[in-house]
Design a protein around this ligand. Structure first.
Ligand SMILES: Nc1ncnc2c1ncn2[C@@H]1O[C@H](COP(=O)(O)OP(=O)(O)O)[C@@H](O)[C@H]1O
Ligand SMILES: O=P(O)(O)OC[C@H](O)CO
Length: 514
C-alpha cells in the first residue's frame, strides 16, 4: 500500500495541512488564514485557541480531499509539525488554558526590557551561549513582558502553574489534549527562546538565571522538555478529529523545515524563505558558528542526536510589507497584484523603502527606527512604492549574504528560494539583479511547499518512511526556475549603495523615551 505523511504548517499568517506521498509530492492540502491582532503600534498578537482550531480545521479539510481521491486515512504513516518560531504562549498547566494572546515574533513591546537586559553583567556573553543577540525578537523578552505586565500571568507564576512555550509546544500540548500533558519542544524551536545552550541543546541554568530578577525566578516556570526533531514517541498522538490516534513524529521550526525541505543537508548550502518575514539559513555542518557580522546561530535540525547548525539572517518584513500595501494602504486585494503594480514602473524612481516596522533585524539590528520611505517626489507613483517594497527584502538579503560570506569565509554558490513572495517572478529577478556583483543564481523549485515538506521529512524519518538523506535525492528536482542577474553590476551596486545610505539615515528616529 502507498504510504503518505501529513504535515501541519502553522505560519504567521495562515495554517495549513498537507499530505505528501513518498515522492514528496503534495496530494491534498487545506489552508486557512487567522486573525492578526495589532492592539497598539508595535504590538502583534494571535489568539492561541484560534491557532489550534485553524489547525484542526485544516486537517479536516485536507483529509476530506484526500479521501475523496480514493485514498485511505490509514495510509498516513506519520504527521509532522512546523511552525512560526519565537511566538510566545503562556498557559496554566493545571487548566490548560492560555493566559494571554500569543505574542508574535514581530512584536516590539519589550524594547524597554531589552534595554535593561543589555545593561546587565553577562549580557555580552549571551551570544556565545545561545547564538542570539539581545533584541525584542526571541521569546524570552516577550515572556518577561507578560510576567511584568499581565496580572493573570504573575498569579500563575506565584501559584507555580505557569507554563511557557513556543507555538510547537502549544500545538503538541493541545493536539494531544491537556490531560496527557505532552509538553515538548524540538531544538530548532527551543534555540529561539534564549534559554537553550546552542552547544549542548539543553536548557542552560546560567541563561535562565541571567533573565530572572529579585521578583521572578524563571527556573520556577514550566518549560517543555527538549527532544529530537524526529522522534517516534516524544510528540504523542492527536486526540480528536479525523486523525485521532495518529502519531506526531517530527517537529521543526519553519525556517529549519524549509532548509530540510530544500534538502540543504550539506554544509555550505543555503535557502531564503520569503514568507511574512524572510529568513536565510546557511548550513554550517556539525559545529555552531558564532557570527561576528550580525547573524544568528541556530539549529538546522537534530534527527538523531547529532545536530546540524546554521547561520541565520532574519529579515522581519517581507510578505508583511506586501500585506501592508494591501490592508493598510488599500493598494490592492491580492498579493499578486502588488507585483503587477510594481511591474508598471521601470525602476524604483529613486525611492527606497526601509520597511523597519519592527526595527531592522539582520544584519543591522537597529531598534531605534521605524518604517521610512526616502526619495518621494511629485514623480512618485504607487508602482514605485510597490517596487521599493519588494526591493527592500532583496537589499536586506544581499546584506545578509555578504555577512554570511564574511562569517563563513566562503562565497555562496547558489541561493535556493521558497515562501509566498517567491511566487513573484519580478521579485526574484530583482533579487538576482541586486546580487549582480555576488553572481549568485536564485534557484526556485517547482513545488514551493518546502516548509511543510521539511516537517514531513522529519516525521517520515521517525516512522521509517524514509531512512536516509540519499532516499530524498530525487524529490522536487524537476521544473526548477533559475534567476540570474540581468542588470549591469555598476547599476546594481549604485542601488545597493543608496539602500545602505537610507539605512544609516533612518537610525535614531525613535527617541529614548519612545
Ligand atoms: N505573488 C506574490 N507577490 C508578492 N508577495 C506574495 C505573492 N504571493 C504571496 N505573497 C506574500 O507571501 C506571504 C505569505 O507567504 P507564506 O510563505 O505563506 O507566509 P507565512 O508562512 O509567513 O504565513 C504573504 O505576506 C503574501 O503577501
Ligand atoms: O511565518 P514566517 O514564514 O515568516 O516565519 C516566521 C519565523 O519563523 C519567525 O522567526
Amino acid at each position: 500500500m502507498a504510504e503518505f505523511i501529513g504535515s501541519i504548517d502553522q505560519g504567521t499568517t495562515s495554517s495549513r495541512f498537507l499530505i505528501f506521498n513518498k515522492n514528496g509530492e503534495p496530494v491534498a492540502s487545506h489552508q486557512e488564514e487567522f486573525s492578526q491582532i495589532y492592539p497598539q503600534p508595535g504590538w502583534h498578537e494571535h489568539d492561541p485557541e484560534e491557532i489550534v482550531s485553524s489547525v484542526h480545521s485544516c486537517i479536516e479539510g485536507a483529509v476530506e480531499a484526500f479521501k475523496k481521491d480514493g485514498n485511505s486515512v490509514d495510509s498516513i504513516k506519520a504527521i509532522g509539525i512546523t511552525n512560526q518560531r519565537e511566538t510566545t504562549v503562556v498557559w496554566d498547566i493545571e487548566s490548560g488554558e492560555a493566559l494571554y494572546n500569543a505574542i508574535v515574533w514581530t512584536d516590539t513591546r519589550s524594547q524597554a526590557i531589552v534595554k535593561e537586559l543589555k545593561s546587565r553583567k553577562g549580557a555580552d556573553e549571551l551570544m556565545q551561549k545561545c547564538g542570539l543577540p539581545l533584541s525584542t525578537y526571541p521569546s524570552v523578552t516577550k515572556l518577561l513582558w507578560l510576567l511584568k505586565n499581565e496580572p493573570k500571568v504573575k498569579e500563575a507564576y506565584e501559584k507555580g502553574t505557569l507554563a511557557f512555550g513556543t507555538i510547537d509546544a502549544w500545538l503538541v500540548y493541545k493536539l494531544n489534549g491537556h490531560e496527557k500533558r505532552v509538553f515538548v519542544s524540538d531544538p530548532t524551536n527551543a534555540s529561539r527562546t534564549m534559554f537553550m545552550d546552542i552547544h549542548t541543546l539543553k536548557y542552560n541554568p546560567e541563561l535562565i538565571a541571567f533573565f530572572g530578577d529579585d521578583e521572578f525566578d524563571l527556573s520556577n516556570i514550566h518549560m517543555p522538555d527538549i527532544v529530537k526533531s524526529s522522534d517516534a514517541k516524544a510528540y504523542g498522538t492527536i486526540n480528536s478529529g479525523v486523525l485521532s490516534g495518529f502519531s506526531l513524529t517530527g517537529c521543526l521550526g519553519d525556517q529549519s523545515a524549509a532548509l530540510v525541505g530544500q534538502k540543504g543537508f550539506d554544509a555550505g548550502s543555503a535557502k531564503n524563505t520569503y514568507g511574512t518575514g524572510s529568513f536565510i539559513l546557511y548550513n554550517t555542518g556539525s559545529k555552531p558558528v558564532i557570527s561576528t557580522h550580525g547573524l544568528l546561530t541556530t539549529v538546522a535540525y537534530d534527527f538523531d542526536g547529532t545536530p546540524s547548525y546554521a547561520l541565520e539572517g532574519s529579515i522581519a518584513v517581507a510578505g508583511s510589507g506586501v500585506k501592508f500595501l494591501m490592508n493598510n494602504l488599500g493598494f490592492s486585494f491580492d498579493s499578486h497584484k502588488i507585483t503587477e503594480l510594481a511591474g508598471t514602473v521601470e525602476n524604483n524612481g529613486g525611492l527606497v523603502f526601509v520597511t523597519a516596522f519592527s526595527g531592522l533585524f539582520a544584519p543591522y539590528w537597529i531598534t531605534d527606527t521605524q518604517g521610512t520611505i526616502f526619495g518621494i517626489t511629485q514623480h512618485t507613483q504607487r508602482g514605485h512604492i510597490a517596487r521599493a517594497t519588494l526591493e527592500a527584502v532583496c537589499y536586506q538579503t544581499k546584506a545578509v549574504l555578504d555577512a554570511m560570506e564574511k562569517d563563513s569565509g566562503h562565497p555562496l554558490q547558489e541561493l535556493k528560494v521558497d515562501g509566498g513572495m517567491s511566487n513573484s517572478e519580478l521579485c526574484m529577478q530583482i533579487q538576482a539583479d541586486i546580487l549582480a556583483e555576488n553572481k549568485i543564481p536564485i534557484v526556485r523549485p517547482k513545488m514551493r511547499e518546502t516548509t511543510a515538506l521539511g516537517a514531513a521529512i522529519a516525521a517520515g524519518f521517525a516512522a521509517g518512511v524514509w531512512k536516509n538523506f540519499d532516499e530524498l535525492k530525487e524529490i522536487n528536482t524537476t521544473g526548477q526556475t533559475v534567476f540570474e542577474a540581468k542588470m549591469d553590476t555598476k547599476d546594481s551596486a549604485k542601488m545597493v549603495k543608496r539602500w545602505e545610505r537610507a539605512v544609516n539615515m533612518c537610525r535614531g528616529w525613535l527617541a529614548d523615551d519612545e
